[in-house]
Design a protein around this ligand. Structure first.
Ligand SMILES: [Zn+2]
Length: 320
């Protein structure tokens, strides 16, 4: 269990950071926000965080406030517990982690999952990125219990809040059998490896609870006629959050071409949403160059192509 916000909804997503590449601030960015990518998902009173860009820092402050209110001293407070999923660990998805306050509490527990890389395993890669001289401290100085595990796309996580610890299962060998047994009482997280991001690709996550699903597909670039594997993976999801970092004119421009950079245009996201028959589409990972006016225009155009779409903004709450 973790201290939970008072809310009637069982399954919701709160957008904590929508910016790609690096954080921005200033009057031009007030509507959509400037923090880098991080998403907060609540299901069955369990917390799942996707990516730890600077958006995770404000989430940490809110969790600390809930924690302090949950009891009068360390003994009586409800410890913070969450899954943290990493799509990959490019710096815009990792830079908030050393400033995420709950990771310094000795009674917090974090189950941290992400992809392995050809030269590093997942845990070693994070440990080497968050260490001196790049940061004043190392992961070892963050006192929470941090349980790392790399994840591949033939694996899934299920989490039953009544039983406590999340479990990783092999989808081919075990998942169907366990899914039967769990019925609707458990949170299920499946992942797809996208190769459409430079070097090591990314993991795309599908989080399901109580027959509803959200797919979070960040840092992925579209293909001709749509990303067939992603369309299949997102089938009938209640919400698809999809990279739409580039405005199409910039993406294909001669002098500033972004093809092959591993990010999509709104049109690519819409194509996946339509073909997968998702109920809602959220556009995200906005490029720092795209100020509120640009994102407004992208959203307007998107709603003509797929009426149930929106440009995601910081602190947006989406009930599933
Ligand atoms: Zn990114």
């Amino acid at each position: 269990m973790t201290p939970t916000p008072k809310d009637e909804s069982e399954f919701k997503v709160i957008i904590r950071g929508v910016r790609g590449s690096y954080p921005v601030c200033g009057k031009k960015y007030l509507k959509y926000g400037g923090n880098t990518t991080s998403y907060e998902v609540w299901a069955d009173n369990c917390l799942i965080i996707v990516d730890a860009g600077t958006g995770i820092i404000n989430l940490g402050h809110d969790l600390m406030s809930l924690y302090l209110k949950s009891g009068s001293d360390v003994e009586s407070r409800t410890p913070i517990e969450a899954i943290i999923l990493f799509s990959h660990i490019n710096i815009d998805h990792l830079q908030g982690l050393p400033f995420f306050s709950p990771i310094f509490l000795p009674d917090s527990t974090f189950y941290i999952y992400g992809p392995d890389f050809s030269d590093y395993n997942f845990e070693d890669a994070i440990n080497s990125a968050i260490s001196p001289p790049y940061y004043p401290i190392s992961m070892i100085d963050m006192y929470a219990l941090k349980l790392f595990r790399s994840l591949s796309q033939d694996e899934a996580i299920y989490w039953d809040s009544k039983k406590g610890i999340p479990t990783v299962v092999n989808t081919f060998r075990e998942f169907e059998r366990k899914k039967q047994a769990l019925k609707n009482s458990s949170i299920q997280i499946t992942c797809m490896k996208s190769y459409a991001h430079p070097n090591e690709g990314v993991l795309i996550f599908r989080i399901e609870f109580n027959n509803k699903a959200v797919v979070i597909a960040t840092d992925t670039e579209g293909y001709v006629d749509g990303d067939t594997r992603l369309i299949n993976f997102s089938k009938n999801a209640d919400l698809l959050l999809h990279d739409a970092g580039y405005v199409s004119q910039v993406y294909k421009s001669l002098n500033n071409c972004k093809q092959g950079f591993g990010h999509s245009t709104m049109e690519m996201a819409v194509e996946v949403a339509k073909k997968a028959k998702v109920k809602r589409l959220g556009l995200l990972h906005h490029e720092p160059a795209n100020d509120d006016k640009v994102v407004d225009a992208v959203e307007k155009k998107s709603q003509k192509l797929f009426p149930n779409s929106f440009a995601a903004y910081e602190d947006q709450k989406i009930i599933l």
